[in-house]
Design a protein. Structure first.
Ligand code: ADP
Ligand code: MG
Length: 479
């Protein structure tokens, strides 16, 4: 039997006549297939089905698909299939725009790499000290995931050697360009061996991508999965506002629809700050995510939002793109974006999986041109509703379902999520269902608990032990 060409295979993996596109169509090792099954990855996502046949065949690739479409596995499976574990040298470099994204990518690769023992993956990002990173590099790694600036630092110091590299991945390439990393990417790519595979992933396709690809990709196969969300899952509504009533309208939306988790997109950082002030004044828990935050504060913001102890994340597009946040009931577009593709992108964060989501949009008269462009792009007319139909759905304040407790002590103290869960469900006697996400960072552990048990949980944890030791616990925010 002859091996199918990537083209043949792609025709099969993307065949429309069946809804199922099992990973078993791909030339993957049985252990990998079993691991995918265990992870609950039963079928390829569309971008995976479109790109993996080419990526696994070693071709260069430009792949475009919206956030949350499974792009990480689309490159991770390719690089893992080529990895030689016995060769202890950096064989893959993945460039990501921010540390959070690098962390997310690292986690996903780790999950996918479980089928094979002893694969060493290192994350190298700014915001952490160089010395431990250099020590880790000395111990060696197969895969490095990092931000362009920090990777460049290591290359300059000679602590990172790329001579054995066979795969270069540019993840979230559009975002890296937004952040001004073009020159850094060029510098890093020039230090990679010429004989290599280059995979470029992006949610949108701005001009700079073509420029990058002309310089660094060889005959890339371009695959694009259109950002058509299932219209039925995202219910979109528009409201006309005046300049002065815009921010107030956001709280009206929140109190009317009462979503448990919302991202509110603003076009500027100033607008983000103003909105947080307006919402906080009304007792709505909102936090801003923007580029000026210290790394630690940024981490805390994301932890609180992802564990559902903050109702509203207020963000600019640059700050929020790429973040993988499930369970979002609503997206509010506080300002209309000038780029209709960005609009599609923003609203694609709600209505994931089987859940329904709201996309609620505010527009003033001077933004109607932008609204028109969005209508053209979406191929349908906007559904306008009057602002005065927004009435509070309940007299109760809009409170997030969970509360975050912060435990002093983290990875450095060898605390693991299971230790905290054990302390809460063991001696303290809480049900597992009352405990939410647990995040362990170097020096702190964050655990989300149901609002109704928060005080009790703090006192039980403080009087009991975690990992055999007494710990200090507090609410991350005031109650
Ligand atoms: P993107 O990079 O396109 O924004 P991610 O790679 O972060 O998307 O994937 C989004 C989520 O989907 C992740 O939580 C990932 O674990 C999950 N995922 C990816 N591929 C599959 C699959 N084939 N089946 C089920 N879940 C998947
Ligand atoms: Mg991604």
């Amino acid at each position: 039997m002859s091996t199918p060409t990537p083209q043949d295979l792609a025709a099969q993996t993307t065949a429309a006549k069946t809804a199922d596109h099992p990973f078993s169509l791909l030339p993957l090792a049985p252990a990998m297939l079993a691991n995918l099954q265990q992870l609950g990855y039963l079928n390829m996502t569309p971008i995976q089905a479109a790109s993996l046949p080419f990526a696994l065949a070693g071709q260069d690739l430009i792949a475009q698909a919206k956030t949350g479409s499974g792009k990480t596995a689309a490159f991770a499976l390719a690089l893992l299939s080529r990895l030689d574990v016995r060769r202890f040298a950096v064989q893959t470099l993945v460039l990501c725009p921010t540390r959070e994204l690098a962390d997310q990518v690292t986690q996903e690769i780790r999950r996918l790499a479980r089928a094979e023992e002893n694969i060493k993956i290192l994350t190298l990002c700014g915001g952490s000290t160089m010395r431990p990173q250099m020590a880790s590099l000395e111990h060696g790694a197969h895969i490095v995931v990092g931000t362009p600036g920090r990777i460049m630092d290591h290359l300059e110091r000679g602590s990172l050697n790329l001579s054995a590299l066979n795969t270069l991945v540019l993840d979230e390439a559009d975002r890296m360009l937004d952040m001004g990393f073009f020159d850094d990417i060029v510098t890093v790519a020039k230090q990679c061996p010429k004989e290599r595979q280059t995979l470029l992933f992006s949610a949108t396709y701005p001009e700079g991508i073509a420029k990058l690809s002309q310089q660094f990709l060889r005959n890339p196969k371009e695959v694009k999965v259109q950002g058509t969300h299932e219209a039925s899952k995202i219910r979109q509504r528009w409201y006309e506002v005046e300049r002065e009533t815009r921010l107030d309208a956001v709280s009206k939306l929140l109190l009317h629809y009462r979503p448990a988790s919302t991202i509110a997109f603003c076009n500027t950082k100033q607008q983000c700050r103003d909105l947080v002030d307006v919402l906080s004044a009304q007792g709505i828990e909102a936090i801003a995510l923007h580029g000026d935050l210290e790394q630690r504060d940024r981490d805390q913001v994301l932890i609180q939002f992802a564990n559902r102890s903050c109702s509203v994340l207020v963000a600019t597009d640059v700050a929020a793109r790429g973040l993988d946040i499930a369970q979002l009931e609503a997206v509010i577009n506080v300002d209309v974006t000038p780029d209709p593709e960005v609009h599609i992108h923003r609203i694609g964060r709600t209505g994931r999986g089987d859940a329904e989501g709201w996309a609620l949009n505010l527009a003033s008269l001077d933004e109607m041109g932008r609204v028109g462009n969005i209508e053209v792009m979406q191929g349908r007319e906007s559904e306008w509703h009057p602002l005065n139909e927004l009435t509070p759905a309940s007299k109760e304040p809009l409170l997030p379902p969970m509360i975050t407790l912060q435990i002093l002590g983290g990875r450095k103290e060898k605390i693991r999520p299971g230790d905290v869960l054990g302390a809460l469900t063991g001696d303290a006697g809480f049900a597992g269902s009352q405990i939410g996400k647990i995040n362990v960072t170097d020096f702190h552990t964050y655990v989300a608990v149901e609002r109704s048990i928060a005080r009790q949980a703090v006192s039980k944890l403080s009087s009991g032990k975690v990992k055999g030791k007494k710990v200090k616990v507090r609410f991350l925010n005031e109650l």
